[in-house]
Design a protein around this ligand. Structure first.
Ligand code: BGC
Length: 263
C-alpha cells in the first residue's frame, strides 16, 4: 500500500520560543517532516543552539535567531534576519508565551498583566503580520497559533493568560477569514496539560500531579511530541482543507471529566 506521509520538504518554518518545551518539540517534528527550521529564543541562547545541534544531528537544517517578540522593532529585525537566511517563510508557529504567575485581579501587578498580553497576544500579531508579507504574494503559507485549553476554560489567578489565549483564538479565526482565499491557512492548537517547564512546579509535585490528572479524561499529562506531531500534520498539505479553527490536543480536558460520575 502507498503510505501517508507528512511531507514538509522544501518548506521553511519559524517556531517562536523553540529553545525548550512545546516549541522545541514542534521544531523537532517539523524538521523530522523535512522542513528547514528557524529556532527562535529570547534569552536561552545555549538551549537554542542545542536544539539546532539536535536537528543537524538527525540530518535536518536549522538556525537560531534571537528577539523579544513583544517588541515590534525586534520582530521586524527577526524577520529581516530569517529572510536573509531562508529567503522567505512557509510556516509560522506562534508558540512563545508565558503565564505570568498566579495573582487574582484585585492583587495583580498591572505591569505583569500587560507583559503577558504583550508576549502572548501582541507577539503573535507582530509575527503573523510580518509572515504574511511573504505568504500572501506566494499564495501559500500556514500560521499556527499555540493557544491553550484556557482559551475556553477560565483559570483563577491567570486572567491575563486566559484573556490573551481567548484573544489569540479569535485573532486566529479572523485572520483565517481574511486570508483564506489567498491560499494561507491560519489555525490554533489548544494544548491541555503537557509535560513542559511551564507547569513543572505542578507535575513534579505528587499532589499537584494527582489533582491535574483528575482534570484530564485520559488521566495523564500529554507529552510535548504529542503537540509536535499535530503541528507537523496541520502545517502539511494533508491538512489542506483545515483553517480558522482551534484543534484541542488535551487528552479530554474539555469534555468535563468530572461528569464521568453523578450529575
Ligand atoms: C498551562 C499549564 C496548564 C495547562 C492545563 C496550560 O495552558 O500553561 O500550566 O497545566 O494549561 O491547565
Amino acid at each position: 500500500p502507498i503510505m501517508l506521509t507528512i511531507d514538509l520538504s522544501g518548506r521553511r518554518a519559524l517556531v517562536t520560543g523553540s529553545s525548550s518545551g512545546l516549541g522545541e518539540a514542534i521544531a523537532m517534528a517539523l524538521s523530522s517532516a523535512g522542513a528547514r527550521v528557524a529556532i527562535h529564543y529570547r534569552k536561552e541562547r545555549a538551549a537554542a543552539a542545542a536544539v539546532v545541534a539536535r536537528i543537524v544531528q538527525q540530518g535536518g537544517a536549522a538556525q537560531a535567531f534571537q528577539a523579544d517578540i513583544s517588541v515590534i522593532e525586534e520582530v521586524s529585525r527577526l524577520f529581516t534576519e530569517v529572510g536573509a537566511a531562508f529567503g522567505g517563510l512557509d510556516i509560522l508557529v506562534n508558540n512563545a508565551g508565558m503565564d505570568g504567575g498566579s495573582a487574582n485581579c484585585a492583587d495583580s501587578d498591572p505591569g505583569q498583566w500587560t507583559r503577558v498580553i504583550a508576549v502572548d497576544l501582541h507577539g503573535p500579531y507582530y509575527c503573523a503580520r510580518q509572515a504574511l508579507q511573504w505568504m500572501l504574494p506566494q499564495k501559500r503559507g500556514v500560521i499556527i497559533n499555540i493557544t491553550s485549553v484556557h482559551e475556553f476554560i477560565p483559570w483563577s489567578g491567570y486572567s491575563a493568560y486566559t484573556s490573551a489565549k481567548a484573544g489569540l483564538s479569535m485573532f486566529t479565526k479572523t485572520l483565517a477569514q481574511e486570508v483564506a482565499a489567498s491560499g494561507v491557512r491560519v489555525l490554533a492548537i489548544a494544548p491541555g496539560a503537557i509535560r513542559t517547564p511551564i507547569n513543572a512546579g505542578v507535575w513534579q509535585d505528587p499532589q499537584g500531579l494527582a489533582d491535574l490528572d483528575q482534570k484530564i479524561a485520559m488521566g495523564r499529562l500529554g507529552e510535548p511530541d504529542e503537540i509536535g506531531q499535530v503541528a507537523a500534520f496541520l502545517a502539511s498539505d494533508l491538512a489542506g482543507y483545515i483553517t480558522g479553527t482551534s484543534i484541542a490536543v488535551d487528552g479530554g480536558m474539555l469534555i468535563y471529566p468530572e461528569f464521568r460520575h453523578g450529575g
